[in-house]
Design a protein. Sequence first.
Length: 130
Amino acid sequence: MEMYNEDTTGLSVSPKLKADLLQAATWAKIIVITAWITSVLSVIVNIRKHTGLALVSGIVSVGLSILIYIYLLHFSNQVKKGLDNNDQQMFNTGLFSLRTYFKIVSLLLIIALGIGLIVILFMFFFMSRK
């Protein structure tokens, strides 16, 4: 992972912004924990169904969830440490992780929308043939 380095010392944020960022970091951690728990529960449900495709999709889902949410967790931890220790570099690293998280989520959203569009086009094509 690329680290964001800047030669500034000290962190200059207002008390309100600091409180808001700490709250965002806390909520980010809650989102990560919730997402990981639901992903694991999804795999457990798919294992109980005993279908190969459901199991594979569940494992892929958990893998993607872990990979995606590692960046959000890193944001939460680094921003909190940066604000607590008044460390600009740690704070910047946390924001860089948040940027990476949103890039990955945006890419996955674009892929999902593209697949959805292709499915809709095929549905219209096959429905018009009847």
